[in-house]
Structure formats: structure tokens, C-alpha cells
Design a binder for this molecule. Structure first.
Ligand SMILES: Cc1ncc(COP(=O)(O)O)c(C=O)c1O
Length: 401
């Protein structure tokens, strides 16, 4: 038998994660001796806090490394519950409303798989962080893309129109502050989204992994608005972005007990549980002093201001001012069709390659994350490096005629 023809047709159609594949390209270039400024992957450039590392080391020395509950270690769930109340004004019972997974990405996978039957619809605002639609495809659900407006915002009107025109819709994904746009939503906007979710009897997955990176107004968790939306929302968060712990792989989902029972079932049957030392480290991160988190927010706000400023000085690049997260997503439309020495740049994918080769700056092309002729920059580098990156970009773009 030629096994190549009999592998999963579903999986063979899945795109590779754009961030991970660009990151691989960059690592290869760096290995070949090139100096590249990597603004492609959303991996914050600060390390887990010392007391967090100590907690993991202590766990390795002192705690038997056995399986924990498929909901996660109970002490960590209690800490997550405390964190939700302290930071998001949300009450979740650690007994049956919180499920810990190996990273927020896996939490989202667990939720999508637990909620959707084949053919049922999940609304994904576009541009997006790509995993939502890939996870939907894993369970043969139907991703329904909803284009955000010219300011890259989701509007209640467009949400309602999309729901009305797709009878299969069961779940809506909301990610704010948003990867890749940095758009976030105030309470008045969230109330309107909540009203629509309730009106059409839907379930909301609210991905708030960037909640601490809010620069313009206080982050409000949509589930905290009232009991009605609380009872239809799964809130996603994790240690990755908040505590600089992307590689530790600890994420969590919280929501109504009957849904979380299903989520725990997927989690337990796919990953059993998260590494115990990482769970103990996440517990220490949540229960420890949060002042370093606030300092990190201040630093990223400073970086946001720098990149907004740098981009405003490059003629032809246009961007909204991100309200949160650590991405900026300018339009490069004005440069499409221009060329440097002959061959015109035909789209954002070629533009991203041009910036990598000519400016030595790695980025993510907008087409791969749902918006043509835009480019995503992750400002996860110190201010000096960001200024250098945008000088190099300005010079490379200046060569296009
Ligand atoms: C919006 C959003 N949600 C969830 C995640 C998943 O985080 P992790 O990859 O650490 O699981 C990411 C990662 O980039 C993200 O941007």
C-alpha cells in the first residue's frame, strides 16, 4: 500500500501555522550568519520571574511528578480562580469551572472540539489569530469569517448580519486585545456584542490572553458584564503572554460547569494533564506580586508609542493605533506593484519576503492571517531594536519605485 495516498485528507489540507513557519525561516537565516530582527512571532522578550522559576524547581525536588486531574492541579485552579476575581471581576468555581491545558492554544482547541459538531458554524472575526479556524477544521466545523471594518474593528451590526445570514452559527470567537490588530473593546461595545450573543442563543469564546496589555482603557472581561452573558461565555487566558511563559505551556479556560466538563474530557483524553512543575510555576506567577506585570505593561506601552511614531514617519505605511496586545498591523497597499530593480512586489506575502531579505526584519504577511495587503509586526523587542528595525524598513521601502 502506498501510505501517502491514505493519510488524513483533513489534516493534509491544514495550513502550517504562519507564525511558526516564518519563525523557522528566521532561525535558519540566523544559523547561516545573517542578522535578522525578528518581529514575526508574538513571544514576549522577558523571562519568567525568579520566584516562578523557584517554584518549578521546588516542585521538581519535592513533589511527586504524577498525573494531576484532567481539569488541572487543584491548587493551580484555586489560584486561577483568585486571579480571575482579582484581575477580571469574574467568579469561577475551581471545582468545576476551570480547565488547565498545555497552553492557551490547547485550551481553545479543547473548547472548539467540545462545542462544535461537524457542519456547525463558528464566527471568526478577520483578521485573526489563525488557530481558531484551524481548530474548527479539526472537528469538521464551519469557520465563518467576518471582516472587521476599515479601522479593523468588529461592529455589532456586522456581527448580527453575519449571524442572520448563517443558520449554522453556534459559537462566536472574540479576541481582545486582538492579535494581530491591537484593537480592544470598551464596556459599551462589549455590552452590544453580549446582547447579540444572547438574542441568538449562541456561545462565546472570549480569548483574553492579552488582557494585561491594555494601554488606553481598563480591560473588561465580557463575562463580567452580567449573569446572562457569563453563563454563555468561555474565557480563555494563560501564563504565556501575561507572565512571559510561552514555552512553559500553561493555559486555562473557564466557563459554565456543564461545558467545562466536556472541555475537561477533551483535555484529559488528548493531553492527560500539564507538566506538574509548570503548573506549580503558573500558580506562583498568579499568586505572586503583580507589580512586575504592571511594569511590563508600561514597557510595552512605551514600545507601542515608539512603533506608532516610527510608522507614522514612513510615507505610505498606514496604521491604526493599537489599544492593546503587542502587535501593529499597518496597510502596505501603497507599495504593492512597486519594485526595486525590476521585479514588482505583487502582494503582502512578497512584501514580507522583501522586508526579510532587504530590511532584515521578519514579519507576518496579512494574507496568512485574514487581511490582504497588511503586515503584522510584533513589537516584542527593546525600543532601540525597534527603532533600528523601522529605520531598516524605511530604507528598504524607500527603494521601491
Ligand atoms: C490571541 C491568542 N490566543 C491564544 C494564543 C495561544 O498562546 P500559546 O501559543 O502560548 O498557547 C495566542 C498566541 O499567540 C494568541 O495570539
Amino acid at each position: 500500500m502506498n501510505y501517502r495516498d491514505s493519510l488524513s485528507r483533513n489534516i493534509s489540507k491544514m495550513p502550517e501555522s504562519p507564525t511558526l513557519s516564518v519563525n523557522q525561516k528566521v532561525s535558519d537565516l540566523i544559523k547561516m550568519g545573517e542578522t535578522v530582527i525578528n518581529l514575526s512571532i508574538g513571544d514576549p522578550d522577558f523571562d519568567a520571574f525568579p520566584h516562578v522559576k523557584d517554584a518549578a524547581i521546588r516542585a521538581i525536588r519535592e513533589i511527586p511528578m504524577r498525573y494531576t486531574s484532567s481539569y488541572g492541579d487543584f491548587e493551580l485552579r484555586k489560584a486561577i480562580s483568585i486571579g480571575f476575581q482579582r484581575d477580571n471581576n469574574l467568579r469561577y468555581n475551581p471545582e468545576n469551572q476551570i480547565v488547565v491545558a498545555p497552553g492557551p492554544k490547547k485550551s481553545i482547541y479543547d473548547c472548539i472540539t467540545a462545542l462544535l459538531n461537524p457542519g456547525e458554524g463558528i464566527i471568526i472575526p478577520r483578521p485573526y489569530w489563525e488557530a481558531y479556524f484551524i481548530h474548527a477544521k479539526f472537528c469538521f466545523a464551519e469557520p465563518i469569517f467576518l471582516d472587521t471594518n476599515e479601522n479593523l474593528r468588529l461592529t455589532p451590526e456586522s456581527l448580527e448580519d453575519t449571524i442572520k445570514s448563517h443558520s449554522s452559527v453556534k459559537v462566536v470567537v472574540l479576541n481582545y486585545p486582538c492579535n494581530p490588530t491591537g484593537v480592544s473593546y470598551r464596556k459599551s461595545e462589549l455590552e452590544k456584542f453580549a446582547e447579540i450573543i444572547l438574542k441568538y442563543d449562541l456561545i462565546l469564546i472570549s480569548d483574553e490572553v492579552y488582557d494585561t496589555y491594555s494601554y488606553e482603557f481598563e480591560h473588561i472581561s465580557i463575562a463580567s458584564i452580567d449573569n446572562d452573558i457569563y453563563s454563555r461565555t468561555i474565557t480563555i487566558n494563560g501564563a504565556s503572554k501575561r507572565y512571559g511563559m510561552t514555552g512553559w505551556r500553561v493555559g486555562w479556560a473557564a466557563g459554565p460547569p456543564e461545558i467545562m466538563k466536556m472541555v475537561a474530557n477533551v483535555q484529559g483524553n488528548t493531553s492527560s494533564c500539564v507538566n506538574v512543575a509548570a503548573q506549580k510555576a503558573a500558580e506562583a506567577a498568579i499568586l505572586g506580586d503583580q507589580t512586575p506585570v504592571m511594569k511590563i505593561t508600561e514597557e510595552f506601552k512605551r514600545r507601542r508609542n515608539v512603533v506608532v511614531d516610527e510608522i507614522s514617519r514612513i510615507k505610505g505605511l498606514r496604521s491604526i493605533k493599537p489599544e492593546g496586545a503587542f502587535y501593529i498591523f499597518p496597510s502596505v497597499e501603497e507599495f504593492i506593484g512597486k519594485n526595486n530593480d525590476g521585479k514588482p512586489i505583487m502582494d503582502d506575502i512578497e512584501m514580507s519576503d522583501y522586508l526579510l531579505n532587504e530590511a532584515k526584519v521578519a514579519t507576518i504577511p496579512g494574507s496568512l492571517i485574514g487581511r490582504k495587503n497588511y503586515i503584522r509586526f510584533a513589537y516584542v523587542r527593546p525600543v532601540g531594536t525597534l527603532i533600528k528595525a523601522f529605520e531598516q524598513i524605511k530604507s528598504a521601502l524607500g527603494k521601491l519605485k
